[in-house]
Design a protein around this ligand. Structure first.
Ligand SMILES: Cc1cc2nc3c(=O)[nH]c(=O)nc-3n(C[C@H](O)[C@H](O)[C@H](O)COP(=O)(O)OP(=O)(O)OC[C@H]3O[C@@H](n4cnc5c(N)ncnc54)[C@H](O)[C@@H]3O)c2cc1C
Length: 550
């Protein structure tokens, strides 16, 4: 079969949907193919937060930012690992992308309240405003199509924005702060009464974008997998695609093909080749369709690749019957520490997740083998905060029976249970407890940074990230080096065009999101640091294709 369109978008995550909406809005006939039977990719599993420096919501809220300031931040963090042109391409276009999508009614967003950049202390960093999140989406808007939207295996029992859910996480210690999130309860009641499901975070993002895409006449073909690219006279003109019966379809795209097919987190061979053996595949929280197909197909026609040895790392619990669950804000909460196989702390637990896993690789790999590490906490911590799908204070018996959660009456017994030296763990806890009382983590500076404190809880004084572990029983959960997906892929220029190994543009071919090598280099700038750039370069690719025909 042969199909023709103006723009072919491969993949239906945030990068692909932003590219599709932009191309369509600029007048192009647009087709999205998606390998799996669901729309949304890893984006649908995500928090849905977009890092968009200098965005129009900041201006409305009176938060200062500028292109120069954002460039300062990225120069000081990403450094020269990524070209100045690409960095500027991101910084200039990110606010344009958000403005266009919101002005055209494709997306409703708000600022993720008070979320600082991950290195807010660096010159150019800000204490909030750049991280933007989707508003809650009422599923009924999508009608029957709602069933085609990808959903997480486990999600919060109530639908709320990240701002709302973060407030709820301290309901046991700061009831009045949690009360500000009253809307989550009215949504729950309204949803029950009228049989309508509300979705939030990444699922809301993909739902808003898909709703608009369908309304604007963008065609979707699910269970259609890109297999190879078709070239003609040095230009990519189409793609060979396989449907679920294994039938080949040739799709020709008059204006361009945008590869938005995610990373290679679920391709065991590519992981082994590029990420090594310490980052196990089953600890990835990425969407299962992401097997590096687009990277391989573009490589086959000479595309260059970069950053393949890196991922968007996140410390992860392996929850029985659920699978990987990333551990983000919990590490900043007072009353827990993370210790290595000897019972020693090895890093600031509260630091951004990407950096924490890098610290895990540095400290836990011994004789080329990854050793274990555990989050250790006391009953106060368990009573106060949600953790790994568990509500505050409720530790299901099945988790104790399976050994996922270890619970003992003393630190000594807990040490035995997790196989670390008891004397060592006892002295680690004693030292930590003394520092918690003083409010200063002399070993790793936990609580010294804006992001740490954002994850903390003001109930703990004088340092909102520190409280002694002093109330039995004591608990431990093993923590693993996991990922949200990979960040290496096809090299692109500031217009999202794929570059070949000679450094030249491959005409007609664009790559965006996790199948392109990240504009953030080895850095993770702030919440939304993957989806912000993915959507920005999706927008850039859409605009570029449209400009080519004007
Ligand atoms: C729990 C969790 C929370 C996260 N929270 C955030 C957050 O709040 N903010 C943030 O910035 N990042 C977050 N991330 C990371 C973020 O979700 C991803 O980096 C981002 O969504 C990737 O977007 P993408 O469009 O490149 O890929 P995806 O969203 O993964 O989409 C790729 C799509 O391409 C499809 N595909 C693959 N191969 C083919 C093929 N051959 N043919 C056709 N289709 C194909 C896939 O099936 C998939 O649907 C989070 C991740 C997780 C797991």
């Amino acid at each position: 079969m042969r199909i023709e369109t103006d723009a072919l978008i491969v993949g239906s995550g945030s990068a692909g949907l932003a590219a599709a909406l932009t191309a369509r809005s600029e007048g192009l006939e647009t087709l999205v193919i998606e390998k799996t039977d669901k729309i949304g990719g890893t984006t649908a599993y995500s928090g849905g937060v977009m890092w968009v420096p200098n965005n129009h919501l900041m201006e409305q809220a009176g938060i200062e930012d500028s292109t120069l300031r954002a460039m300062d931040y990225l120069r000081n963090t990403v450094g020269n690992r990524v070209s100045e042109e690409r960095l500027l391409g991101f910084v200039e276009n990110a606010p344009r992308m958000l403005k266009k999508l919101t002005d055209e009614g494709c997306l409703q967003v708000e600022i993720f309240e008070g979320f600082p950049d991950y290195r807010a202390e660096v010159i150019g960093g800000v204490l909030g405003g750049r991280s933007v999140e989707p508003k809650v989406f009422p599923g009924r808007k999508l009608g029957e199509e709602f069933g085609s939207m990808r959903a997480r295996k486990f999600s919060s029992p109530v639908a709320g924005t990240m701002t709302e859910l973060r407030r709820l996480a301290v309901i046991k210690t700061n009831f009045f702060e949690a009360l500000k999130s009253w809307r989550v309860f009215t949504r729950a009641v309204f949803g029950k009464l009228f049989g309508s499901e509300y979705v939030s975070s990444g699922r809301a993002l993909t739902s808003w974008l898909t709703f608009s895409a369908k309304k604007n006449g963008i065609t979707f073909r699910l269970k259609h997998r890109l297999v190879e690219l078709i070239e003609d006279d040095g230009r990519v003109v189409g793609a060979r695609v396989e449907d679920e019966q294994g039938e080949r379809v040739e799709i020709f795209a008059r204006k361009g093909i945008v590869l938005a097919a995610g990373g290679f987190e679920h391709n065991a061979e590519l992981r082994a080749e590029y990420l090594g053996k310490h980052a196990a595949i089953d600890r990835s929280s990425g969407s299962e369709g992401n097997e590096g197909d687009a990277i391989e197909s573009a490589k086959a026609i000479g595309a260059a690749i970069d950053l393949m040895d890196d991922a968007w790392w996140a410390p992860t619990f392996m929850v029985p019957e659920v699978g990987p669950q990333i551990v983000i804000f919990e590490r900043g909460k007072p009353g827990q520490i993370v210790v290595d196989h000897l019972g020693n702390r090895f890093a600031n637990e509260a630091q951004p997740y990407n950096d924490f896993v890098k610290a895990m690789f540095e400290s836990l790999v011994v004789n080329d083998e990854m050793t274990s590490c555990f989050m250790v906490f006391d009953q106060n911590f368990r009573d106060r905060y949600p953790l790994a799908t568990m509500m505050p204070g409720i530790t299901p018996e099945k988790h104790l029976k399976s050994g996922f959660v270890r619970k003992e009456n003393s630190i000594k017994e807990l040490a035995k249970s997790i196989g670390v030296d008891a004397g060592n763990l006892v002295s680690t806890v004693e030292r930590f407890n003394a520092m918690a009382v003083s409010g200063k983590d002399k070993d790793f500076g936990r609580g010294d940074f804006a992001f740490d404190r954002f994850s903390g809880d003001d109930i703990a004084k004088p340092n909102s990230c520190l409280a002694p572990l002093n109330r039995a029983p004591f608990y431990a959960i093993e923590m693993f080096a996991g990922d949200l997906g990979t960040k290496g892929g096809l090299m692109t220029d500031e217009s999202a065009r794929v570059i070949n190994q000679a450094g030249e543009v491959i005409a007609g071919l664009y790559a965006v999101g996790n199948c392109s090598s990240s504009v953030m280099g080895h850095f993770y700038p702030g919440a939304g640091g993957t989806i912000g750039p993915a959507m920005t370069f999706g927008y850039v690719a859409g605009m570029h294709m449209a400009k080519e025909i004007k």
